[in-house]
Design a protein around this ligand. Structure first.
Ligand SMILES: [Zn+2]
Ligand SMILES: [Zn+2]
Length: 132
């Protein structure tokens, strides 16, 4: 059983079926919705999701549904009615996102150029140094 939830714990879910696909999306809608340079998504067959605790808020935007915790804002789910047999769960809301690494990167036409070069940045286990 794959489980996940939001930052504050108000919304928890479980997925009864295995994942179909994973990706890292650079589209402008995902960037705005997450406040991050890209969003990792894990795809499941519709009907795999059960809400264990709480319910997300749903934003209908650009003919698609984005679900998020109404208390803390964590993005949780994406659904496109044009593809009713599948939906996407935000990979980093899973309890074990390490088990669902992205298999590809999509919507690079929207991507921020520096998002492709961050692998070469200096690395720190905790905080990075802040200049005075
Ligand atoms: Zn929350
Ligand atoms: Zn996207």
């Amino acid at each position: 059983m794959i489980k996940g939830g939001c930052l504050c714990g108000a919304v928890r879910y479980r997925l009864a079926k295995p994942a179909l696909q994973t990706c890292l999306c650079h589209c402008v809608d995902c960037r705005k919705a997450s406040g991050a340079p890209a969003m990792a998504w894990t795809f499941f067959h519709s009907g795999a999701m059960e809400w264990e605790k709480g319910m997300p808020k749903v934003l209908e935007f650009a003919q698609r549904e984005r679900s998020f915790c109404g208390d803390c804002g964590t993005p949780l789910m994406f659904f496109d009615p044009a593809l009713p047999h599948i939906f996407e769960v935000s990979t980093c809301s899973l309890d074990h996102p390490e088990n669902h690494p992205p298999k590809d990167q999509c919507w690079l036409m929207d991507g921020i150029p520096w998002s492709q070069t961050i692998g070469g940045l200096p690395k720190y286990d905790e905080y990075s140094p802040i200049p005075d």
